[in-house]
Design a protein around this ligand. Structure first.
Ligand code: ATP
Ligand code: MG
Length: 220
């Protein structure tokens, strides 16, 4: 990646130009971003990957967020300082999109995808230190919030991801550290699973971007 030209990305010796440089500002072109995402998606997930027309509005939001176009985000009611909570039914493509979208801005700090199940499994082995570990300055996307089992350490149950979100929320307030999540749960289910304290903090921590509940399962 060239530091002066982060909007020009090379894959397999082919250059993808995602926009135009105006002074020291990049004017991104959404259609060009989609062309690149189609290519990069195929490289990451295989030839079957494609950009679905019905996902365009989700992609538009995610892209504008990712490139930090604050004017577009304002219109979309997205706060650039918060993270993303990408919700939607099983198999609609949440995990793939979160893995993919970070590649359009090689000049910005990226995030690690962490399956929530791994967090609880680590908790069951190691204990409360794990919650501390995710309360650090790194940038995470917790993948599949809500499918993880309840944590259990030395005979004591713990809602591990609930605790992790509480610490991430504190970090957000103090230092503006961001966190992303994907989930199958809707707001009521989140409250049921994590309680209203967590749900209320999640509203502050995340912009909610939701697939339609009737979105296709792309595994089929
Ligand atoms: N745009 C796409 N084109 C083709 N296949 C896709 C696309 N997006 C996702 N897939 C495929 O569909 C399957 C489900 O995608 P993914 O895991 O991203 O969905 P998900 O919403 O995270 O599912 P879950 O709710 O089960 O976590 C995967 O096999 C993935 O490779
Ligand atoms: Mg997933």
């Amino acid at each position: 990646m060239s530091l002066q030209k982060p909007h020009i990305i090379t894959e397999d010796n082919i250059q993808y130009i995602l926009g135009e440089l105006k002074g020291n500002h990049i004017l991104y072109d959404f259609d060009k971003i989609l062309i690149y995402l189609d290519v990069k998606g195929k490289l990451l997930f295989g030839e079957k990957f494609k950009i679905y027309k019905e996902d365009t509005s989700i992609l538009y939001k995610l892209c504008n967020y990712q490139i930090r176009d604050w004017q577009a985000c304002k219109k979309l009611n997205i706060d650039i300082h918060k993270g993303i909570l990408l919700s939607g039914p099983v198999g609609c493509g949440k995990t793939s999109l979160m893995k993919l979208i970070r590649h359009i801005t090689p000049h910005y700090q990226s995030y690690e995808m962490i399956p929530t199940r791994n967090v609880t499994f680590a908790f069951n082995h190691i204990g409360y230190k794990i919650i501390e570990q995710y309360g650090d300055s790194r940038f995470y996307c917790f993948d599949d919030l809500g499918i993880e089992p309840t944590g259990r350490y030395f005979g004591k149950d713990c809602n591990v991801l609930g605790e992790v979100i509480l610490s991430r929320h504190e970090l957000f307030l103090k230092y503006k550290f961001k966190t992303h999540c994907t989930t199958n749960l809707n707001a009521e289910e989140i409250e049921e699973r994590y309680g209203n304290r967590v749900r209320s903090r999640m509203r502050e921590l995340f912009n909610l971007i939701g697939f339609d509940k009737d979105s296709l399962d792309k595994r089929r």
